[in-house]
Ligand binder design. Structure first.
Ligand code: SF4
Length: 198
């Protein structure tokens, strides 16, 4: 079976999944699959992403694509080359201080889908965005120890280049510190290099 066909079947299962018992209308959000070589994994879609069925379509996405533009990636071109998904595919809902963070059991419920996405995409370059996704691939550790560094991770017998990014949510003040802005700049240069430019 072709990668395209395997992805089509997986996408259909993800769209129909109601395992987390979220409010009616919640459904999985993930990017398009155009035979990508790269994969980006965020935390969970927000309300706007859920409404549009498009990951990183809200303010956090605008910030993310502003960062990527600094590394020379245009949004639509990037989305066609890099499969965009999340640790939790459905919008987890609103809490007192904005979008809820996915709970441990919601992430566990969704983990088999992430595994299957990894198997189908077989990314050469993986970009985990935010602490939750970074922890999944690199183990839990402070952001300052991972942003601005490149990691080689073995997955299913292949070596993947992992370049983490901080979460672009406006609620995160991490990038306000000068040292962290420099770390982000290094991470963007690493992505450029992973793309064979620089
Ligand atoms: S978050 Fe994942 S496991 Fe939970 S309902 Fe959505 S697709 Fe299913």
């Amino acid at each position: 079976m072709s990668r395209q066909e395997r992805f089509r079947r997986l996408a259909s299962r993800m769209r129909r999944c109601r395992l987390c018992g979220l409010k009616p209308g919640a459904h999985a959000v993930f990017g398009r699959f155009d035979g990508p070589e790269w994969m980006l994994v965020g935390q969970a879609p927000g309300e706007r992403e859920a409404a549009l069925g498009r990951p990183f379509a809200g303010p956090a996405g605008r910030r993310l694509f502003e960062w990527l533009k600094r590394a020379g990636f245009e949004e639509e071109e990037f989305r066609s080359r890099c499969y965009v998904t999340a640790m939790m595919k459905c919008f987890p809902g609103k809490g007192g201080r904005g979008d809820l963070r996915p709970s441990r059991w919601q992430v566990e419920n969704c983990a088999p889908f992430l595994e299957q996405e990894m198997e189908i995409v077989r990314p050469r370059v993986l970009i985990p965005v935010g602490g939750l996704a970074i922890g999944r691939f690199l183990g839990r550790r402070p952001l300052a120890e991972t942003i601005g560094r490149r990691f080689l991770v073995e997955y299913a017998g292949r070596v993947i280049t992992v370049v983490p990014l901080p979460h672009p949510s406006g609620a995160s003040a991490w990038t306000n510190l000068a040292g962290n802005r420099r770390r982000l700049g290094r991470a963007l240069r690493l992505l450029k290099r992973a793309d064979g430019r620089g």
